[in-house]
Design a protein around this ligand. Structure first.
Ligand code: TYD
Length: 392
């Protein structure tokens, strides 16, 4: 692994702080990112034990976003039409935003965060509140193998691929399809979205890196879709190499060429990215300083894990941002890790309340701008750092 980026000391991005714990010292870890020239994997270099991140207190719920709900609904239509699976398995089923689109007799979820697993159990979807492993795969598919396995924004959170893919190949039927969906490294680099890197995102994948991982397990990508979720993701359609039923589409080759042309196989590309990240920080800090000099009141929108990386890396705290608005009930009245900025229950933006709003959830920009039409019409402005820091 060759290190190319140092984002400093960071707290656990999803460890929102309760008021009574504000005085306690937070645990921090070094957030550095590296590139492996042999297998093209890009990953954070110091990882945090999974039990510290994925437990009974996991705050993120997919169903709270309309964008995510729509994305899962559209995909479920496509799956039914194209593959007509009889038995589906979802790894990382969160609060059920995907599985709810299917008949409960045909799908099971795996979700180690017990607070989330209990939500889908309550509505009678079979859910295993465990970490995905070969043993669990054997247990679930003892009688019947899965025709389709889906996993979104989960693989990037798991350090050791061996157990994962052994479980997947063990659970998948011979003609079964695996669909993986994760943020795209190409989009991350193009958008200088360095906030895709935080304790939970151990990997940000490129197609060229994933291809090498899959090769080891005799799996191959036969189709690929670029999606808009999470700031630009790739949805990979994968089969066994022995399965000749699906042809590898030209799109896969095109995506690989796109990535090679951008230089995702070269260390120099990542060094260059690191320089852009440094500049992005300087510019963002300047925008905040200038806005405060003009006495603008600034609040934040969407207390994301991504914001945690940005605020802590740039040293932006309560002196700039009065509070954040967020819709997630679990986060409300807590404080952002590191910067300790308060999170309040979302209210529609009003220009009389704040003139500038830092877009923490920039990945939902379209959804948010639609919602805040009136604020924008009245001249309210947003600060974003993606693809470069500016006021919009
Ligand atoms: P998410 O996209 O999961 O980002 P991360 O993985 O970096 O945490 O989180 C989006 C957050 O933004 C979530 O807490 C909900 C919040 N949010 C709002 O408050 N209002 C909105 O309109 C939207 C779309 C999201």
């Amino acid at each position: 692994m060759k290190k190319f980026l140092d984002l400093g000391l960071q707290p656990l991005a999803n460890s929102y702080i309760k008021k009574r714990n504000l005085q306690l010292k937070e645990k921090k870890f070094k957030l550095t990112i590296g590139f492996n020239p042999k297998n093209y994997l890009v990953s954070i270099l110091n990882t945090v034990p999974k039990e510290k991140m994925f437990n009974n207190n996991y705050p993120y719920k997919s169903s709270e976003s309309k964008t995510m709900q729509k994305s899962f609904r559209d995909l479920s239509h496509k799956i039914k039409k194209s593959f007509n699976p009889k038995f589906i398995l979802e790894i990382g089923s969160n609060d059920g935003a995907f599985i709810k689109n299917f008949n409960r007799n045909h799908i099971v979820g795996v979700e180690p965060c017990k607070n989330l697993a209990s939500i889908t159990k309550k509505i009678n979807y079979k859910t295993y509140a465990e970490y995905w492993s070969l043993n669990l795969a054997k247990k679930i598919t003892k009688k019947k193998k899965a025709d389709l396995i889906y996993s979104a924004n989960t693989l990037s959170h798991i350090k050791n691929f061996n157990g994962i893919f052994k479980g997947i190949t063990g659970a998948l039927s011979e003609k079964g399809i695996l669909i993986l969906e994760d943020p795209s490294l190409l989009e991350c680099l193009k958008k200088v979205a360095y906030d895709q890197f935080y304790c939970e995102h151990i990997y940000v994948f490129s197609t060229i890196a994933l291809k090498k991982v899959l090769d080891k397990f005799k799996l191959e990508i036969f189709d690929i879709e670029n999606t808009k979720t999470h700031g630009g993701s790739n949805r990979y359609f994968i089969k066994r190499q022995s399965n000749k039923y699906y042809k590898v589409k030209n799109k896969v080759k095109k995506e690989i060429i796109k990535e090679l042309n951008f230089g995702l196989n070269k260390f120099s590309t990542y060094k260059n990215f690191a320089l852009k990240v440094k500049k992005s920080k300087e510019k963002l800090v300047n925008i905040f300083k200038e806005s405060k000099n003009k006495n603008f009141k600034i609040i934040g929108y969407g207390a994301t894990a991504k914001s945690c990386t940005v605020l802590n890396y740039c040293g932006i705290g309560r002196e700039y941002i009065d509070y954040f608005y967020d819709t997630t009930s679990f986060k409300i009245n807590k404080y952002l890790p590191g910067s300790k900025i308060k999170i309040k229950k979302y209210k529609k933006l009003k220009k009389s309340e704040a003139q500038l709003v830092f877009l923490g959830a920039w990945n939902f920009r379209e959804e948010i701008f639609k919602k805040e039409k009136l604020f924008i019409k009245k001249g309210g402005k947003f600060i974003t750092h993606v693809p470069y820091p500016k006021v919009i």
